[in-house]
Structures are given as C-alpha cells and as structure tokens.
Design a binder for this molecule. Structure first.
Ligand code: SAH
Length: 373
C-alpha cells in the first residue's frame, strides 16, 4: 500500500526522505508542491530528479478529498460534504466576512461526547479522521476558493466542525503543524483556533506540542448545569478546566482564551448565570462568544430572544469581559454551529444512514453581530 504524503508534517517528511537517502530540503520542496501548488502528480514536480520522482510514484501518493455536495447559503457561507474512502463523509464550512474568510474543519466522523444540544453528538461516534483527512479539508477548500485576484481566501482556520479534536490528538497535531508550516499554509498561531469541550489533559499537551488559539465550549457557569449539558464535565470539572485555561493563556500575554457559551432559552440564559460566568472569568484573559442556539431536529431547546441575549452580554460587558454575540451563518444550509452531521456509516448495523439534512424551510436568521471590546 502506498503512503499518503498529504498528511505528513515537515519532520515526518524529513524522516521519510532520510530513509531514501535524500536531503531534508526535499521535504520543503514537496510541501510546496502539495500544499501551495496543489500538484498531486510526482512527475510534474520538476525540481526533483527523475529517478526520485519515479521512486516516489512507486511508494507514495498524494490523496486529497472530493466533494459530493456543495451548498451555498444566501449569506455566502459554503458547506461541502467530503467523501472519505470508507463511505463516511465529513462536513467542512467556509464563512466569508468583509475582511476575512474562516474555514471550519472537522476532526472526527461523529462525536463521542453527547452534548445535549448538538446535532453531531446525536449521530454517535464512528471514527477518528487521519491527519491526511483533516488537512485535506483545508487543501480542498483552498482549491475551490482561490482565484486569480484572491490567492488567500482563507485567512483563519477553526477546528470547530464535527468531533472533539483533543480526543483525536496525534492526527490533529500533525494537521495543525501543517497549517503553521511556512512551506505549507503558513498561518500564524493566532489565526488557527482549536475548540474543545474541555479535555483538560489535551489542553495541557497542546500548549506543549503546538500552541494555537484556544476556544473552550463552556456553556454553563457551574458544575451541576454543565455536567448536564456537556457530560464530559463529569470527568473534568470547571475548576480544573479553568486552571488549565489559565496556564494556557500564560503562553503569551497577548492571548485570550475564547469561551463559547451557547444561549439556551430558560436553561443557561439568566442574569444570574451571566453574573456567575463573569465571576468565573474575573482572573482570566478571556473573551466570550455567545452562540445563539441553532435548532436541531428532535431537540426541545429554544433560542432566547435577542433582548435576553443582549441582557446577558451587558452583564459581562459591565464586568469588562470582552463579549461578542456570534452571528448565525449558513443556517439555511444547516452549516451553522452544531448543525453539522456529515454522512455516517453505522458500524453496528452496517447500513448507511443518510444523515445529511433535509432542506429546511427556515428563514435565514439575520441577526446583526454585536461586537464590543
Ligand atoms: N467538540 C469541540 C468542537 C466542536 S465546536 C467543542 O465542543 O468545542 C462546535 C461548537 O458549536 C461548540 O462550541 C458547540 O458547543 C457549539 N454547538 C453545538 N451545537 C450547537 C447548536 N445546536 N447551536 C449552537 N451552537 C452549537
């Protein structure tokens, strides 16, 4: 079987070439061909010797991902369903804004965490993605989006798609390294964000192995409520999580940890909740992202009114906590937070469950972004 080099970060490629008695700069050449020029045919890599090209073609391949469906929202958000060789597929979403373009990528097929409000969790967990399958989402989207006039349509990457990235640790780290690598995508650490439901040991390791911007899905200011919404909280409590976040933020004094807080009507949206959240974050270099709940079929939750969300935000702002209400994007094509489901091969039943959503009649929610600093 040929090795797929698309998921190899620089150190792994250097090792790969060392085994072929080739110098380490071959790694840089190959990274540029694959990730910057999207060349998948070794024969076209003209700065490699012909014998090396032949050798590579025998033992290796560069395998990206193909899209089976593309949906474009009225707000310009694009969602792709990318098919994996084993019949599963994952969703990747591009969110264009005035001065930036954010790609939201997935780390697992399904998710094992069972957060009560999330569509991905309802799918169950199928498997981890390989580093090749993770980075191929960026590789694919870059190809789709780049034009003559805009060579860098993707300015930010967020690991906020399907799955819990810190429970697929090694492949995620390899993919993150490729995002930061100058010969590949060359993103700054600030522009790559990993979002976690709170896997504390993973946060500590990430700081050591590949610090990038951190987002934590908090969703509740006390253990009782959080354990209900995010079952992982029974394993890693809020105090322990906050401690890990504080350590993480120490990496760079300019850094803030983003705390995501889904707004669920009459569940976690009161002034008391907001005050408790503000207390929790007093000593933390933090910013809060309020995410109005996006409807998931079969779930009873509701989104609070804009007034309730504003009131919650104002409590935080009054305590000088930077707070933003996340604008809902791509809702009409089920590309918004928590709506990603992919297509899922159920291993137990061996039947293909078509979980891509039926088209919804929802009007697009055009809630204005309310930013404050
Ligand atoms: N497992 C990681 C990565 C997924 S990120 C994490 O939990 O952070 C996806 C983000 O969307 C998380 O903040 C998640 O809590 C949020 N989310 C999930 N379901 C949602 C829904 N129905 N409406 C709004 N946000 C949702």
């Amino acid at each position: 079987m040929k090795v797929n080099l698309i998921g190899y970060p620089r150190p792994a490629l250097v090792e790969f070439f060392a085994e072929l008695d080739e110098p380490s700069f071959r790694a840089d050449q190959l990274l540029k061909w694959i990730h910057q020029r999207a060349v998948t045919d070794f024969d076209a890599m003209t700065d490699l010797s012909k014998p090396l090209r032949r050798k590579l073609a025998q033992i290796a391949e560069i395998q990206g991902l193909a899209s089976t469906t593309e949906k474009i929202s009225t707000d310009g958000t694009r969602k792709w369903l990318l098919s994996l060789p084993d019949g599963n597929s994952v969703e990747t979403v591009f969110i264009p804004e005035d001065n930036r373009g954010t790609l939201c990528i997935s780390s697992q097929v399904g998710c094992s965490l069972n957060c009560t409000f999330c569509a991905t969790g309802r799918q169950g967990f199928n498997r981890n993605l390989s580093s090749a399958e993770i980075i191929a989402q960026l590789w694919f989207a870059q190809r789709q989006l780049e034009t003559e006039n805009n060579r860098r349509p993707i300015t930010n990457v967020v690991m906020m798609g399907m799955g819990e990235p810190l429970l697929n640790y090694e492949p995620v780290i390899r993919a993150l390294k490729l995002m930061l690598e100058d010969c590949a995508y060359g993103f700054s650490r600030r522009r790559v964000t990993l979002s976690t439901a709170g896997v504390v040991p993973g946060i500590n390791r990430l700081l050591n192995d590949c610090p990038v911007s951190l987002a934590v899905s908090l969703h509740a200011p006390n253990d009782e409520l959080r354990s209900e919404l995010v079952p992982l909280n029974r394993k890693y409590r809020i105090a322990e999580l906050m401690e890990a976040c504080r350590r993480y933020a120490d990496y760079d004094r300019r850094w803030r940890v983003t705390f995501e807080y889904i707004m669920l009507k009459d569940v976690n949206d009161s002034v008391l909740h907001a005050k408790a959240l503000a207390r929790l974050l007093t000593e933390m270099p933090a910013k809060v992202n309020l995410i109005p709940y996006n409807k998931v079929e079969g779930l009873h939750y509701e989104r609070p009114t804009a007034k309730v969300i504003d009131r919650f935000r104002d409590v935080l702002l009054a305590q000088r906590i930077m707070t933003i209400t996340r604008k809902t994007r791509g809702h009409d094509v089920d590309a918004a937070c928590g709506q990603l489901k992919g297509q899922f091969v159920d291993r137990t039943k061996r039947s293909v469950r078509l979980a891509t959503s039926d088209s919804r009649s929802h009007a697009l929610l055009t809630q204005a972004p309310i930013a404050a600093s």
